[in-house]
Write a protein that binds this ligand. Sequence first.
Ligand code: SAH
Ligand code: SF4
Ligand code: F3S
Length: 469
Amino acid sequence: MENKKVYIETLGCQMNKSDAERMYGMLEHIGYTQTENPKEADMLIINTCSIRQLSEDKAYSQIGVWGKWKGMTVNENGTRVYNPYPKIVFAGCVAQQAGEKLFRRAPYVDLVLGTQRLYELPNLVKRIENGERIVSVDEKPFEESDIQINRVKGINAWVPIMEGCNNFCTYCIVPYTRGRERSRKPELIMAEIKKALSEGFKEITLLGQNVDSYGKGVNETQNGFEISDTKEYGKDLAGNTINLSWLLRQINALEGKFRIRFVTNYPTDITDEVIDTVIELDKVCEYFHIPMQSGDDYVLKKMNRRYDYATYKKICDHIRSRIPDVTITSDFIAGFPGETEEQFENTLKAMTELELDYSNTAAYSPRERTVAAKWVDKYIPEDVKTDRLARLNEHNRACCLISNKKYLGREMEVLVENYEVRKNGDKVITGRTRNNKIVHIPCDRDLTGEFVNVRITNARTWYLNGELI
Ligand code: SAH
Ligand code: SF4
Ligand code: F3S
């Protein structure tokens, strides 16, 4: 088969990065090789994100550039005929929503591929190669068959375990772009993890919009498991309940030294069983990402989050009391419609009071179809949002430094991810502790992929310094 080249641009979250690894894997099977140079590609794919307006805008401006590269001629009737190559694929979360509309906006695009049709890619590529233009954004997921992944080389392997969201927070577009919650079959997940470990990956990060929902909708059938929409928890053949803890136990039982992580947790869905599992299982790391979004009860209600500040605090305190040195990180939105200065200050207070180790922050961005986007008269002016975001970030920096200082003088295990010789000649390895702290360590050998013991010598805002012991 003729050797064709594909270039993929990925915006957005780890789920999109993981999807890109799967696209490369599937395309390799039908004769494509990966290129880092978009200019030499026969096919250009953009994996889009619509969480905020800015990320959506980036996607449209990128395909605009690609459209120009493709070029066109105007025929006798005055209609534009685009050159057949490079093929342009618009995939991911913006594609899922845009569907047909995208063809009108960007007539040079050959394929619009929704998030739930990822595994249909090889079939669709063959068709666009024959000159078809296709929109595939059906919300019925296209079943995955073989595991074909071309992972980014490194230490950590992303493994999606569930996709979609049923929570409908009023600001968030994800339920519309990723569809309803669905769990992946345990045997597919396990096979994928075994393969990643055999390829030398040392860390497995389980991915899902709400990992606590894993197992909901996995039902027993004669063939093992199937994906369905029921709210029932599935059972395995021995009658065990299939949930996140069950999955963690299966993975932990695999041979070899490696680490296991999982993201993201919904605060009130974290069970005691999961906390017990993290404590019991040696490979599962002491790290939780639990987005709080706001520290104010009224705002939380308007966001349709199912907890108030006191409940979130209880969950946080409970996890901290049971798991020493646990890292808890969060997400916050500044300037949600109607947020008063006082309500915003409750978020700042919450960050400090809970000693959150790190937080992702963003200014509220209205998203099409979401409930909060309709509250136009309650929108917070841009300059106020920008100011609140800056204060949120300042607070976050202070919290990170406090968190990092707790580890001064401590001995910690670091999994090395990188080795570099800096411009000034310093040789440094960088890695992470079990609780996800980044540590820089002077070392004259590349120890990437190894576990080393380190004493922490200095705490900075974003990382720690350490020395080998
Ligand atoms: N499932 C996760 C979050 C996924 S989206 C959870 O429930 O927390 C990642 C983050 O993007 C969210 O936590 C939120 O902080 C942010 N986000 C989502 N929609 C947003 C919007 N419209 N404007 C600004 N930030 C948003
Ligand atoms: Fe979005 Fe809320 Fe679902 Fe998270 S839980 S993906 S914030 S709707
Ligand atoms: Fe963006 Fe979709 Fe992820 S909207 S954050 S790429 S789930």
